[in-house]
Design a protein around this ligand. Structure first.
Ligand SMILES: *Cc1c(COP(=O)(O)O)cnc(C)c1O
Length: 392
């Protein structure tokens, strides 16, 4: 064990350049090919990426679109969801999950989460189903699938409600051996640069095993025209850019390696926390028995109102961390008309006060991870066994 204090190195929460830089030559060649082809919209690169994603997720159809937000919107539109309809979804998620519902004039009905996984609580979903419910929209948060078995049972009991998976954070994650985006009626993905499979800009995709829904999605993402200049319905312009698809084709081949890196880092946090006793102060995330996580985030809980102080302590040592999410959606100003109050979803509200996401990306070095662990241990006056305090 080194006894010399090592200098602090800044540890970013995420550094997309570390992943992209080694692929620069290959990505640029793929982009050059698109430029030379002149096929900028729905070209061969898009088709190739849709096929590769369908194969990766274990579904028969994948439909590219402009973003994860649009993927959610298109999925709901395809089901004909609109004014007077309700969609049950978590409040502890990124804003786009709920805004897709309100943009169509439908009503989001927020369900609470399970404290163990941060994912939607099937028991609360069952309580929130009404005669107006038209879909259930679980989010596979932080890289782990929601309890799809329980949710499917509720959906069937409620008269075969469609289940739309918001899989933006969970590409490759499995539930009972099935991949995110392959279990529900449709799955929605995002290729925003910070996702596990990130493009060089925006991009999104909807997966489904239903051929009719897939063709409907293809029509809706192209202004609803079918055939050309014939509009039976109003769609939108939401296409997957060929340049994005070309870059994503290069990156998808490496996704499993990157996911393995995230898993290795998660295991290392776990073993170090347990060994040092740090887990008594910084509660580790839990993975449900039916699940494998792809660790889009490694999100710990820090209780007793100490979360913000811990985050400041990390920031003082140039260690990045983030609070996903500080304000639950049911308490957002724009959703005040829905009538939720402080206390409406207690488990969600508690999570918002306690969560902190730590650096987890596969390119994180051992030294960097040690620094995160040591800084956390330092805050709580615990000596982390295998690491050394760095000299600030
Ligand atoms: C990122 C994200 C989205 C939106 O994806 P964009 O591509 O940024 O529009 C939707 N839901 C969740 C859970 C996300 O994390």
């Amino acid at each position: 064990m080194a006894s010399q204090p090592v200098p602090c190195i800044p540890v970013p929460l995420l550094d997309v350049n570390r992943q992209n830089a080694p692929l620069q030559v290959e990505i640029q060649a793929a982009l050059a090919q698109v430029c030379a082809s002149g096929s900028f919209v729905h070209g061969p690169a898009c088709q190739q990426f849709e096929d590769a994603m369908a194969h990766y997720c274990g579904v028969s159809h994948a439909v590219g679109c402009a973003s994860g937000s649009d993927a959610l919107l298109l999925a709901l539109m395809t089901l004909g969801i609109g004014p007077g309809d309700e969609v049950v979804l978590p409040s502890f998620t990124f804003f786009a999950t709920a805004s897709a519902v309100t943009r169509l004039g439908a009503t989001p009905v927020f369900a609470d989460i399970l404290p163990s996984t941060f994912n939607i609580d099937p028991g609360d979903v069952a309580r929130k189903i009404s005669s107006r419910t038209k879909a259930i929209l679980p989010v596979h948060l932080f890289g782990q699938c929601a309890d799809m078995k329980a949710l499917q049972e509720i959906a069937i009991d409620a008269g075969n409600l469609p289940v739309i998976e918001d899989a933006a954070q969970a590409i490759g994650a499995e539930f009972d051996g099935r991949r995110a985006g392959s279990m529900g009626t449709m799955g929605c993905f995002s290729f925003y640069p910070t996702k596990n499979l990130g493009g060089i800009g925006d991009g999104g995709m909807i997966t489904t095993n239903d051929e009719l829904l897939a063709s409907q999605l293809r029509i809706l993402r192209d202004h609803g025209q079918h055939p050309r200049y014939h509009h039976a319905q109003v769609g939108l312009n939401s296409r997957l850019d060929s340049l994005q698809a070309a870059a994503l084709n290069v990156k998808l081949k490496r996704l499993d390696d990157w996911t393995n890196g995230r898993r290795r880092n998660a295991e290392r946090y776990e073993s170090e926390f347990l060994q040092s006793g740090l887990n008594a102060c910084v509660a580790l995330p839990t993975v449900a028995p039916a699940c494998t996580s792809v660790w889009n985030q490694f999100t710990v809980r820090i209780r007793n109102g100490q979360r913000d102080a811990v985050q400041q302590h990390l920031a003082a040592q140039q260690i990045g961390s983030a609070v996903y999410y500080p304000i639950p959606l049911h308490l957002q100003e724009c959703f005040s008309f829905l009538g939720y109050k402080q206390g409406s979803l207690p488990v969600t509200e508690q999570a918002c006060l306690e969560v902190l996401s730590l650096p987890i990306y596969g390119e994180l070095t051992l030294e960097e991870q040690n620094q995160v662990i040591t800084a956390l241990a330092g805050f709580f006056g615990i000596s982390a066994a295998t690491t050394e305090q760095c000299a600030a």
